[in-house]
Design a protein around this ligand. Sequence first.
Ligand SMILES: [Zn+2]
Ligand SMILES: [Zn+2]
Length: 451
Amino acid sequence: MEHRRLIACHECDLLMRKPADVGARVASCTRCAAKLGALAGVGASLDRICAVTLAALITFCIAQAFPVIELNANGMTSEATLVGAVRSLWTSDMRSVAAMVFCSSILFPLIELIAFLYLLVPLRIGKVPPRFNRVLRVVQLVRPWCMVEVFMLGVLVTIVKMVSIADVIAGPGLFALAGLTVMLAVVASFDPGRLWAVHERLTSARKTDIHWKRVAGRRERFLGAQRTREQARSSAMTAQRAGLVGCHACGLVQAHAAGRTHQRCSRCGHPLHQRRADSLTRTASLLLAAVFAYLPANLLPIMHASSLGRAEDDTILGGVAYFWTSGDWPLAVVVFVASVLVPMLKLAVLTLLTLTARRGSAWRPRECTALYRLVERIGRWSMLDVFVVALTVTLVHFGSFAVITAGPAALAFAAVVILTMLASHQFDPRLIWDDVDADKHCARTDRRSVH
Ligand SMILES: [Zn+2]
Ligand SMILES: [Zn+2]
């Protein structure tokens, strides 16, 4: 059974009544302050987002076709395109890193833009495109892995790095890439879950109205009865306690089928979980793997440079120290924060959250959720050094004069970024709130039934 008048917060599971009309504004959860983006109406923003997505797709093609940076050193010229950077890594036996750079800077942004346009254009003219569900899921799946803005920062860092050794010329691709970064930021600000509102309006507006009223009537009676029992031990009604579950892909709240292991959303077909199964075990395993990769990432060389018979190895910290001593301290700070501090912060915060959730602690849940949100947002920026390596390897390729190749730390570093991003995706923030307001015994029984 669906409860279309209710919303379950995706971060703390609080059950709320949907306001009549929020317009294009984004509502936030009253308990954990999470943005409930999918709740906002689409309104006139559908036109705007449609135009920006189309413009971004055209700019994407321009950014691919032209060189991003050109380098002149001792009469020799080399240039780097996005595809060229991937090809250089592939030919220098860094195939996994090449695949990561290709997916995060070329393939996934392209899939996101094409899939988004496939949904937006028909909805704009009042039609629901075939396979709406699946294409929307594709957009939601690839979005966290699109890192064009991080690649753009990587280009800027590479330019500053190269200026001291050669003449650097910004290619037409760089301007296209800058434009694309801004446009993709606008596209990313639009939660694709909001398209469900348009989908429902177009498909079964009348039928849905009747269904809403009927369900809402039942829901109110059900909630009223539950509240009196629950209020003795809790001030917050969560979807789990009400026997409901909110879909993470489309936001629809529906009855939880107890005993069924693989329940799927009645609207979009996405698997439903009251709490993500084995969330803490999976997060802990991924974190442990990330810690093992973090050490070689910082200790081994990330780049080998050979120039006129001399060979030199460069580690991440060595690169930071070089920028600092040569006076480029803003760049040293950027690289240090993105490559050393952010992965360390992610590991520390996720370990803290996993431990507090495992112990059933109700310690500062609002702050813990805010920390989780922060690591989710900043995690992607650690890819900066991988992109810098990819671009440097492509640019510095002057035969016996100077050649730079990627070192083993590039692979270890890329593994840290992927593993920590997967760990934060596996962590279920609703576990932070399970022990808040409820008595310990009740919460422990709940957790045992989850794992
Ligand atoms: Zn919340
Ligand atoms: Zn759904």
